[in-house]
Design a protein around this ligand. Structure first.
Ligand SMILES: [Zn+2]
Length: 214
């Protein structure tokens, strides 16, 4: 697979694909954070998935499909291995294990999207913010997250002022610190307690599926 891959740096806000785009490439993420957004005709968008070093962008290709249904955008800069869509599909017969693992990742993303949809509807902003910070930290592999309140508001589908209040509450409780454009998790255990149950539900499901896959 490796000779077919091209190492690409992604800057923050780099768009990998828009809804309706033909997927010319797929991406194995190394570092950074990619957001999967549902986009509405009036321009509004809300995040329905997160991909970091564990993941892959371009899942319709794995199912033999060609068109993107979502926007994928880099939220934290990083690097990815890019592969041509056709090249990826052609290589599957020689690499059945890769194809299988990508199918399994597709299920993980579907589960995550389902859980986040329910979470956006049912859970309070403070809990969702804690859940989002934990998910991002896991995917980036760092407790230090270069994120503005503006971006967090966009991700959580709320107003910037509400995010500022929510981040302030987490900071006051000693769970995070924040400075301009950066949030740092300082007490992960307490942040897990502050998050809604969605974080734990998703984590346990992924662990269970990893066990089953072995
Ligand atoms: Zn939730």
């Amino acid at each position: 697979m490796l000779p077919k891959l091209e190492l690409v740096r992604l800057k923050t806000h780099h768009v990998l694909h828009e809804p309706g785009d033909t997927l010319k490439s797929a991406y194995f993420c190394n570092t950074g954070l990619v957001s999967i957004l549902s986009v509405f005709p009036d321009g509004r968008s809300v995040e329905v998935g997160l991909v970091g070093k564990e993941g892959f962008v371009g899942l319709p290709l794995v199912a033999g499909l060609r068109t993107a249904a979502t926007r994928a955008i880099a939220q934290i800069e990083g690097s990815v291995f890019r592969v041509g869509g056709e090249t990826l599909v052609e290589i599957f017969p020689q690499c059945p294990k890769l194809e299988r693992q990508l199918q399994q990742f597709s299920q993980i993303m579907a589960m995550q999207v389902t859980q986040i949809a329910a979470c956006n509807r049912l859970h309070e902003l403070n809990e969702r913010l804690a859940r989002w910070l934990l998910m991002s930290a896991d995917r980036v592999g760092s407790n230090s997250l270069p994120l503005t309140h503006e971006l967090l508001a966009q991700m959580l589908g709320t107003r910037r002022s509400s995010v500022t209040v929510a981040v302030g509450a987490l900071q006051k409780a000693g769970l995070v610190t924040h400075s301009r454009g950066e949030i740092e998790i300082i007490d992960r255990r307490k942040l897990e307690k502050a998050a809604c149950e969605c974080y734990g539900i998703m984590l346990r499901q992924v662990e269970e599926w990893h066990r089953e896959a072995r």
